[in-house]
Design a protein around this ligand. Structure first.
Ligand code: GLA
Length: 396
């Protein structure tokens, strides 16, 4: 059970009662006003209404350096994240929508928390303790049906319950969702708490903890789309990427890992040193053809950043923005925005064209429940699933 870690219950955290002490704070989906440097705060507002009329809150976290993260209770979604470039200019570096309505009507998983099982499960089937379970097949790359990102109404499409907190040099929000036994075909009542924390060291920490009353499988994943230029009309093919991985998981035409663990050496999958993404994305290489570009899981080598595995380093050479990712998970999916095709209009009316953002999703192996070589994705009653992902931002 390599991917599971027992953790202590969440420490008691003081809830700051929406005092909105940052005078320049905007609310809801309104365009933000520049936060005052040093005005650390956490505030909440109503982002919009669910189809049944329930309110979905939006939380705004601001750190000592003017960074601002907005998180909504719908889908435990990161709505926006502003980070400074090499000149100190703040810009939002994520794809998404201005309003809740945008997220309610589109399904690109922008900024979302995906689950119960993020990534793909072959044919929507798995066997646990001798019993076969059938899940929705809501995706069909290469014409081959599979289960993707938790199904028809996964974690990205439900209303979570948010509660903000303030800690030492950091502030954040805990979002809780109780998924009933049998929801989307998965066994066990699963209680998940996702925590977003914005620190004064310019880190955005995303954590997921989950417990179940019966055996189940899960892979809860954060699915932000990044474009570090802050200009969502530009291609991420100019970004430089490092992946701390010696191996990747080749897939079949349905983007399901074949079971092989392949060396990246002498292939366009080798990001052990920084490479411009566009340099090899069109190479005549089987995996890139099947993925319509980069859309694969890399197995992390285990090089450490403190207690976590180093996962990725992404840089936009133009603005100098750098994001590093570290995690306690065994793998990372690098998805190069290949399915963005100019049919979605996002924040500020920008049409999201092909490869204008990318995802770096730390996780267990795709299709882990059907792969005996993968770290276990099974969670049993009495255990706690714990996934930690640290995004650290800087500029150079
Ligand atoms: C993941 C998958 C991609 C795609 C996106 C959502 O990252 O790897 O193939 O399905 O989600 O569009």
């Amino acid at each position: 059970m390599k991917s599971l870690t027992l953790v202590l219950p969440l420490v008691a955290m003081s809830v700051l009662l929406s005092s909105c002490d940052n005078g320049g704070e905007s609310t809801g989906g309104e365009p933000k006003t520049e936060p005052v440097k040093g005005a650390q705060s956490v505030s909440e507002a109503i982002f919009g209404q669910m189809p049944d009329g329930a309110d979905a809150k939006i939380f705004t976290l601001a750190n000592a350096n003017g960074m601002e993260a907005k998180i909504t209770e719908y889908g435990a979604i990161l709505v926006s994240l502003t980070t400074p470039d090499k000149n100190g200019t703040l810009a939002d570096v994520t794809h998404g929508y201005d309003t809740l309505e945008g997220w309610l009507t589109n399904t690109s998983y922008f900024g979302a928390t995906v689950g119960r099982f993020g990534n793909r499960i072959a044919d929507g089937k798995f066997t646990l303790d001798g019993k076969e379970y059938t899940l929705a097949t809501n995706n069909d790359p290469g014409g081959i049906p599979c289960h993707l990102h938790g199904g028809i109404k996964g974690f990205d499409k439900v209303l979570w319950k948010g509660e903000s907190f303030e800690g030492e040099g950091a502030r954040g929000v805990n979002l809780t969702y109780v998924s009933p036994d049998g929801e989307e075909g998965y066994p066990g009542t699963l209680t998940t708490v996702v925590t977003y924390t914005l620190t004064d060291k310019n880190e955005l920490i995303w954590e997921a903890r989950a417990t179940s009353d019966a055996p189940t499988v899960l892979n809860v994943v954060h699915h932000s789309y990044w474009n570090l230029s802050g200009d969502a009309t530009t291609s991420i093919n100019d970004h430089e990427l490092t992946l701390y991985a010696e191996h990747y998981l080749p897939t079949d035409a349905g983007l399901i890992p074949t079971g092989q663990v392949a060396s990246v050496a002498e292939t366009p999958m080798d990001f052990r040193s920084a490479h411009v993404i566009g340099e090899r994305v069109e190479a005549a290489f089987e995996a890139l053809k099947l993925g319509a570009g980069y859309d694969h899981a890399w197995v992390l080598s285990g090089e450490k950043d403190g207690e976590l595995n180093k996962a990725a380093r992404l840089k936009d050479p133009e603005t100098g923005r750098v994001m590093t990712i570290s995690t306690n998970q065994p793998a990372i999916q690098f998805y190069g925005g290949n399915f963005l095709d100019g049919t979605v209009t996002g924040k500020g009316g920008v049409v999201y064209e092909h490869r204008t953002a990318l995802c770096l999703e730390t996780e267990n192996y795709p299709d882990a429940p059907n792969n005996p070589e993968a770290p276990s994705a099974v969670l049993r009653a009495g255990e706690t699933y714990y996934h930690k992902m640290v995004h650290a931002f800087s500029a150079e």
